[in-house]
Design a binder for this molecule. Structure first.
Ligand code: NIG
Ligand code: FE
Length: 413
């Protein structure tokens, strides 16, 4: 398959600009090139500009051509927070939640994450791989060209490694890139019930050294009755010594101080943040932590949304991600994510695009390589069904992605 591609007949190329997370008011600034074209060579963007200028002296026969037929082109979406490798489903728990049970009450009586842990421990490597592949196909359909995935449904050494190795194989054998996070501190498994400190020691002393090199990031579910601030700090600091970049599920259900901790440990991102305090918001901003919001989870849990509008107004860098998982949010729908963040969180579509592309890339430390359509970046982009990006919030809940290009290869035609 050719990695030399010309993308032409584009109404508007729409992209954030830069190699770092974009903060505050700057999130709204997109570069727009009318009647554009993009030249990709060996998977890397060689040239972006007006079609009449950049294709003037080019022998188009040397390239595969993608004709956008007058539609808009954006960078590929980066889904920077998912738990997409899991066995089994939890449809009964969802029915209980519809009847009024809370997510935490189901977890406290032995359901929730540990329910999925049982199924994931039982699933073979190939079963998890095939499920992962199917889920990646749905991501591509929505225009996702890079996805982050977490372990954390093993909670024992072998199954954590199995999840990480499944993601590594998917990264090598699927059309999109998979950024891999170790999340052994997702819950305390039943065999450690009442011995939470021992489980934290097990993660730090036995598991972290064994998964070194198999994951780039280390994440902790820092939450009341899950892992405390002190335990989370300990795991992330020990992880840092081994080279893991810290991430945090922070202040999702109660205001515990995870956002502040993300600033203290200089996390790459702090995620969820429904209950982040003012101090926590300032800590993320001042320490350049990407604040990753997951509105589909708030929607699915019937919780109020994170204060995304305020966070941007106060100068934070927001990323938006799906949180695809079998419990709190069993959807990776980008159209739903766009609808919720524009209509209910009051973000502009320009901010949402930055959050789903360059800031998503920053949330997995890849903003220098992906997340925008600029020379030198990877040729990752999507063609919409419409000539303007403004259709994204307007044609509500509908997938508007017509073509997807990853590293110069057309992976959705
Ligand atoms: O990001 N909040 C913690 N972890 C996941 C949910 C995992 C599950 O319910 O299986 C989340 O929402
Ligand atoms: Fe999550």
């Amino acid at each position: 398959m050719s990695r030399n591609l010309i993308v032409k007949n584009i109404s508007h190329i729409v992209t954030p600009v830069g190699s770092n997370a974009v903060f505050g008011k700057d999130m709204e600034k997109l570069k727009i090139i009318e009647n554009g074209a993009i030249i990709i060579e060996e998977g890397i963007i060689k040239c972006v500009g007006k079609e009449s200028e950049i294709l003037k002296n080019i022998d188009e026969k040397q390239y595969e051509i993608l004709d956008c037929k007058g539609n808009a082109v954006l960078p590929g979406f980066v889904d920077s927070h998912t738990h997409f490798i899991f066995g089994g489903y939890r449809e009964d728990e969802f029915s209980w939640r519809l009847r009024g049970d809370s997510y935490m009450s189901i977890m406290e009586r032995g359901g929730g994450i540990v329910n999925t842990v049982n199924h994931t421990r039982e699933a073979s490597f190939d079963e998890l791989y095939n499920l992962g592949k199917e889920r990646i196909d749905t991501m591509i359909d929505f225009g996702v060209t890079t996805v982050e995935g977490k372990s954390g449904y093993g909670l024992d050494l072998d199954t954590e490694i199995k999840q990480l190795e499944v993601m590594e194989k998917l990264n090598n054998h699927s059309d999109i890139d998979v950024a891999i996070t170790f999340m052994g501190a997702h819950a305390t498994p039943s065999e450690y019930k009442g011995k939470e400190e021992e489980y934290v020691d097990f993660i730090i002393k036995k598991v972290l050294p064994m998964v070194k090199g198999k994951a780039e990031f280390c994440d902790v579910f820092c939450e009341k009755n899950v892992f405390s601030i002190e335990q989370s700090r300990r795991i992330l600091e020990e992880g840092k010594k081994l080279g893991f970049k810290p991430k945090l599920h922070a202040d999702e259900i109660v205001t515990l101080g995870g956002s502040e901790l993300s600033g203290e440990v200089k996390a790459i991102s702090a995620d969820h943040l429904l209950q982040a305090s003012d101090k926590g918001i300032e800590a993320m901003r001042d320490n350049k932590v990407v604040s990753t919001l997951l509105p589909c989870t708030a929607f699915s849990l019937k919780e109020s949304y994170a204060r995304g509008r305020e966070m941007i107004d106060k100068g934070c860098a927001i990323a938006l991600a799906s949180d695809l998982n079998p419990g709190s949010c069993f959807t990776n729908s980008i159209p739903l994510l766009i609808a919720l963040s524009t209509i209910y969180m009051n973000l502009s579509i320009e901010e949402v695009i930055t959050a789903l592309t360059l800031n998503g890339a920053a949330a997995i430390d890849r903003a220098a390589k992906i997340g925008s359509i600029e020379e030198g970046k990877m040729g990752d982009l999507i063609v919409l069904k419409y000539p303007s990006y403004k259709f994204l919030p307007y044609n509500i809940g509908v997938n508007q992605v017509k073509n997807v290009v990853k590293g110069g290869k057309v992976i959705k035609r």
